[in-house]
Write a protein that binds this ligand. Structure first.
Ligand code: NAP
Length: 336
């Protein structure tokens, strides 16, 4: 089978190689992948920022969708032909995250190869069914970005109709957060560096939008829009450079889902967290149970992921460079 492999970091060091096609044993199912999606983590992984101690050779990417083409002799849960996605952390099926579970993510340079290959064998417990109304390309966007946004709002945030949600930028996680917030009947305030993208995010249901380039004090804009109260939830994907403003924009007793590291420079004084009794909650994707709960909501509402652009399997480097440019709105997909 064909697989993308890295022997060292760098987009140009991603090599298409031949590997032996795995055979499913015991409780394993064999997935023939049809599509993959990119996460910012993949870009960080490939250029060496995510895990400087990665084991090589490494197959990158966590998110793939495909069909089961063979099953091990002990498999009872699945049949050949069913459409599935592997879960992000193979050992986080349910309950709380643990240090051991967090080491089982796909494509992070640890013991688990990523999905950027024609076939992969996975334990039958570590894959989830693709909602029927989604294509393989749409389904490939779910395992990391969508589950993260779901965990941030539906699980950690206990989101309720009428809550206000602030999303930062219009990347994969943020656009899923907008879609889930809309689905719950929440009011969305979205930011972006581009007025064109802000028009698109209004089309998805954001009631207010702020250009964080032209309005650098976007936290003050959020306070103006909320009668000086602040929002109930911030989907915080920016990290060091946005955290102080996110905490300023959240209401007293509000919730900040701490997710991303899109920016690295910034100073943040944690005193406002305690003065406002803000609930800060670190999010690391989510469990299989969260993925399955999310898929039920996606299915019931016929929700469609927002795909910006689809690249061919031979164009993975171009897809990563496109992500690097920040031109995308929602998800970038690679078709097998
Ligand atoms: N903890 C977890 O479990 C988890 C899971 C998934 C992702 N993440 C992290 O979450 C972040 C987002 O991931 P992603 O895959 O959604 O990334 P992505 O699709 O590449 O999102 C990039 C977008 O973020 C926006 N952005 C960049 N800098 C910004 C800033 N200073 N303020 C506000 N928005 C900014 C830009 O949107 P505009 O062009 O609209 O300005 C940019 O296009 C990354 O740091 C990623 O590592 C964490």
């Amino acid at each position: 089978m064909k697989a993308y492999e890295m022997q060292q970091f760098g987009i140009d060091n991603l090599q298409l190689v031949d590997r032996e096609t795995p055979q499913p044993k015991g409780h394993e199912v064999l997935i023939k992948f049809h599509a993959f999606s990119l996460n910012y983590r993949d870009l960080m992984f490939v250029d060496g920022r995510y895990n400087p101690r990665a084991k090589f050779p490494a197959v990158p990417f966590s998110d793939g969708a495909g069909e089961i083409t063979a099953i091990g002799e002990k498999v009872t849960k699945w049949k050949v032909g069913e459409r599935v996605c592997p879960i992000f952390m193979q050992d986080w099926r349910d309950g709380e995250l643990s240090a051991a579970k967090s080491k089982t993510s796909l494509g992070g340079g640890g013991d688990w190869d990523g999905v950027l290959r024609e076939y992969g064998a996975f334990d039958e417990q570590n894959v989830v069914k693709i909602p029927d109304h989604l294509s393989q390309e749409e389904a490939s966007t779910l395992p990391c970005a969508a589950v993260t946004a779901w965990n941030a709002l539906a699980v950690s945030g206990n989101l309720k109709a009428g809550d206000t949600v602030l999303t930062l930028g219009t990347g994969g996680v943020s656009i899923f957060a907008v879609q889930f917030a809309k689905l719950f009947g929440a009011e969305i305030i979205a930011t972006s560096s581009s007025d064109e993208k802000l028009a698109k995010v209004r089309g998805l249901g954001a009631i207010e939008t702020i250009n964080y380039r032209t309005r650098e004090d976007w936290d003050k804009a959020v306070l103006e829009l909320t009668g000086k109260n602040g929002v109930d939830h911030v989907v915080e994907v920016g990290g060091a450079g946005t955290m102080a403003k996110s905490v300023n924009a959240v209401k007293a007793g509000g919730h900040v889902a701490v997710i991303g590291v899109l920016t690295t420079a910034g100073d943040f004084n944690p005193i406002s967290i305690l003065i406002k009794a803000v609930r800060m909650h670190g999010i690391f994707v989510g469990s299989r149970t969260m993925f399955e709960d999310m898929n039920r909501a996606i299915e019931a509402n016929k929700l469609k992921p927002v795909i910006d652009k689809v690249f061919a399997f031979g164009e993975v480097r171009e897809a990563l460079r496109y992500m690097e440019s920040g031109a995308h709105f929602g998800k970038i997909v690679v078709r097998m």
